[in-house]
Design a protein around this ligand. Structure first.
Ligand code: NOJ
Length: 563
């Protein structure tokens, strides 16, 4: 029986490599996570999503899994995981596991066996095709691009065959057409849920189904060649329904899907309750409001109207028949206080709290990325060599191969790099921010830890963590904040975001100033006598019918109708 516990959940994401290193070997670990569970619980979250903890050779830092049923040694053992699960549950924290099932590592035994012999049944676990001969050249089976630059096909040794990889070369795409593959995946999901895991985050799920036969993409100006044949493919709904029927619905689970540029129509179909597919998907459209066409590294001036549309549209689209998620950061994005044209140097507290208020008071489940709750900032990387993420390197190399000067290429990468969110968590101002006891860390430490860290934030009278506590307490208990219908106001306003959430007799009005200057705003008449239930400044300045919102000021007003 599904209780739909997720509807008033608040999820905290941990990237295990960088959360807490208990044995001082440079890598975060499960023991370290356990030691910080009270800190997470006190924030007011109700569930934790763990980025992959499984065995992996780490070409894509955990997103290339070589054993779905075991924990990677650097993080601990299965016994440690069982204790983690238990310790989370003791604190009423649900556990959400990352599931990367579009592809496996090329070190997964399935892939190794597939390559052992042309007759191996495991060959059909992957998408392997003959290349095309052109003169004495052997070309890939199609012109598809990988999401991480270059061809999506890799030649198998000296043979004339290639395997498909929509991400790194070391991440081979699974063949979901093969029922044996789907059966294995269903068994893996049930294995974790039988252990007591409460849900999953499906990695790039809308690439499971591809269009066959494989063919060239002749469309011009596509984001990525081939995408029309491997995004939102023809059997997507059927595959998700099968996972739902044979695994997800058999437990009181929650699943959130991470998708790659889905069409709006398909996105809605994935989450419609009546379709029995996923409970929610992530919506990232607002996070593309400071880059060109969704290409993270290509900075453009922040467009608040685009941000508002991206944030609000799924809330109104999904309101009647589905549930939603609310995201500001994750392990694939830079820190939010360094985006959206924010003046972080002068207004870090105000901006961090404003962004959280206007995002999480919306319709959907708040997802908070580790460190976001103290307003942690981007790292001042000094060269590409300090970056670990393969994608930073692939794109940098590509830019350089087109002749872009070193400094310019590095500046683009530095703007959008995933590395910013992947550095060690700053716990205090001791060595390495007390992520560990001084051993060299797998990824460089962000030196800002000396000034921005958990200990300092908690002791400050302008603590971002404490503001999050107040915000989340409202989010979890106020019915209008959970179930209310969202209605946007003044969409055309280029400085302010404003919307209401209405449920039964209660209406909330949420407002935030994206500017570093004070801005006047005429409150709608019906909310003028509302009670301020949250405000990131001590006061609210009024000027006749206007309110004056200070730089990055945000608040929530509440009004109750009397019957
Ligand atoms: C999405 C994940 O969030 C990202 O970190 C990963 O690199 C790709 N999927 C490939 O698994």
């Amino acid at each position: 029986m599904k209780t739909q516990w997720y509807k008033n959940a608040v999820v905290y994401q941990i990237y295990p490599f960088s959360f807490m290193d208990s044995n001082n070997d440079g890598w975060g670990d499960i023991e370290g996570i356990i030691s910080k569970l009270d800190y997470i619980k006190d924030l007011g979250v109700t569930a934790i999503w763990f980025s992959p903890l499984y065995k992996s050779p780490d070409y894509d830092y955990g997103y290339d899994i070589s054993d779905y049923r075991d924990i990677d040694e650097k993080f601990g053992t299965m016994a440690d995981f069982d204790r983690l699960l238990d310790e989370c549950h003791k604190r009423d924290l649900k556990v959400i596991m990352d599931m990367v099932i579009n592809h496996t590592s090329i070190e997964h035994p399935w892939f190794k066996k597939a390559l052992e012999s042309p007759d191996s049944p495991y060959r059909d676990y992957y998408i392997i095709r003959k290349g095309r001969r052109k003169g004495n050249k052997l070309l890939p089976p199609s012109n598809w691009d990988s999401s991480f630059t270059g061809s999506a096909w890799e030649r198998i040794g000296e043979t004339d065959e290639f395997y498909l990889h929509l991400f790194c070369v070391e991440q081979a795409d699974l063949n979901w057409e093969n029922p044996a593959v789907r059966k294995k995946i269903i068994d893996i999901l049930n294995f974790w849920m039988d252990k007591g895991v409460d849900g999953f985050r499906f990695d790039v799920f809308n690439m499971f189904s591809k269009v066959y036969p494989i063919q060239d993409d002749h469309q011009r100006n596509t984001f990525q060649k081939g995408a029309q044949y491997y995004v939102d493919g023809p059997r997507m709904h059927e595959f998700l329904q099968e996972l739902n029927e044979k695994a997800l619905s058999l437990h009181d689970s929650y699943t959130v899907g991470e998708s790659f540029r889905p069409s709006e129509k398909e996105a809605h179909e994935y989450v419609k309750e009546e379709n029995h597919e996923l409970d929610t998907i992530f919506n990232f459209a607002h996070l593309d409001s400071d880059n060109i066409g969704g290409k993270k590294f290509f900075w453009k001036p922040f467009d608040l109207l685009q941000f508002k549309k991206g944030l609000i549209k799924p809330q109104t689209d999904y309101y009647k028949d589905a549930w939603n998620t609310l995201v500001l950061e994750n392990h694939d994005n830079p820190r939010c206080v360094n985006r959206f044209s924010i003046d972080t140097e002068h207004y870090r507290y105000e901006a961090a709290t404003m962004l959280a208020t206007i995002t999480y008071m919306g319709f959907g489940i708040p997802f908070i990325y580790m460190g976001q709750e103290i307003g942690f900032v981007n790292t001042d990387f000094s060269s590409i060599d300090e970056m670990k993420d393969p994608v930073s390197h692939f794109v940098y190399d590509l830019m350089r191969s087109y002749g872009m000067p070193e400094k310019l290429a590095f500046n683009f990468i530095k703007y959008g790099a995933r590395d910013h969110s992947r550095v060690p968590m700053p716990w205090d101002d001791s060595v390495n921010g007390s992520f560990n006891r001084g051993h060299e860390t797998w990824q460089c430490v962000n030196q800002a830890y000396q000034d921005i860290n958990v200990k300092k934030d908690l002791n400050s009278n302008r603590s971002i963590y404490r503001y999050y506590q107040k915000l989340l307490a409202i989010k979890k208990t106020n019915k209008a904040a959970i179930y209310g219908k969202t209605r946007e106001f003044d969409h055309g306003n280029k400085k302010i975001i404003a919307y209401s959430r209405e449920y039964e007799n209660t209406t909330l009005f949420v407002i935030g100033n994206f500017s570093k200057k004070s801005v006047k705003y005429v409150l709608p008449e019906w909310i003028r006598h509302g009670e301020i239930i949250l405000n990131n400044y001590d006061e609210l300045k009024k000027d006749g019918v206007n309110i004056v919102l200070k730089p990055y000021q945000a608040m929530v007003l509440e009004i109750n109708k009397v019957d």
